[in-house]
Design a protein around this ligand. Structure first.
Ligand code: GLN
Length: 237
């Protein structure tokens, strides 16, 4: 059975572990680089991305995390985890923050504002009902949430949502200078998949809906089936 790692430095890793338990899957807390060798896939939870990056640096996790993502194993980032996986992050206090990268996206770290602007909304996600049938909507819990401003051509958009009318305009700093944020579209991307990477700006682990965790496990199964067929091809040649 697949072993799902959950990066357990900070944030909502307990909630992801509980969500995995609810669907009968073994989750393993990951805090050290060598622990990544023993897991088939990885969830990077929400929390606070600057703090998480400092802790990841302290434990020398960045090289191993990049290798894990680059090696094609399934990785799911929720909220701060999405920020970690993005190739580029903008937004307050991003200066110098280290990212794992791999996801061809630009994210805004605090797109929807501060803790006070946290909100819940219904999202339409046709991919969620593709395998299981039934309802294609899910509850999105957004906590100081990021959003994806731009996504590359290989990124599949799984969900977007309307930009709230009362969203505060945020001043963001790019390197040395400071610029006013310009975002003129009326919808913004909040869930994507790029190959082995799944990323959501919201927190499915804070709801009782297990479909996102099952969706991720299906990615895990696909990747194990691929690894198995590659192995049998090489051993039969
Ligand atoms: N905006 C937060 C950050 O910058 C992420 C919030 C979350 O993970 N709930 O890290």
């Amino acid at each position: 059975m697949a072993v799902v790692g959950v990066l357990a430095l900070q944030g909502s890793y307990n909630e992801h572990m509980a969500a995995l338990r609810r669907i009968g899957v073994r989750g393993v807390e990951v805090r050290k680089p060598e622990q990544l060798l023993g897991v088939d896939s990885l969830i990077i939870p929400g929390g606070e991305s600057t703090t998480m990056a400092k802790l990841a640096n302290y434990h020398n996790l960045f090289p191993a995390l990049r290798e894990f993502v680059g090696g094609g194993k399934p990785v799911w980032g929720t909220c701060a985890g999405l920020i970690f996986l993005a190739n580029k992050a903008v937004g307050q206090k991003t200066g110098g923050q280290e990212l794992v990268g791999g996801l061809d996206c630009t994210v805004h770290r605090n797109f929807f504002g501060s803790q006070l602007q946290s909100f819940e909304t219904e999202l339409s996600v046709p991919k969620l009902s593709e395998k299981e049938g039934g309802n294609d909507t899910c509850r999105g819990v957004f906590v100081r949430a990021p959003a994806i401003l731009e996504a590359g051509p290989d990124v599949e958009i799984l969900a977007d949502c309307p930009v709230p009318a009362d969203r505060p305009s945020i001043t963001i700093s790019f390197g040395e200078g400071t610029e006013e944020e310009v975002y003129s579209k009326d919808r913004v991307i909040v869930a994507v998949r790029q190959g082995n990477i799944l990323a959501t700006a919201f927190h499915p682990e804070l709801t009782s809906d297990s479909r996102w965790h099952r969706f991720f496990l299906d990615m895990d199964k696909e990747s194990q089936a691929k690894a198995f067929s590659a192995l049998s091809l090489s051993s039969s040649s």
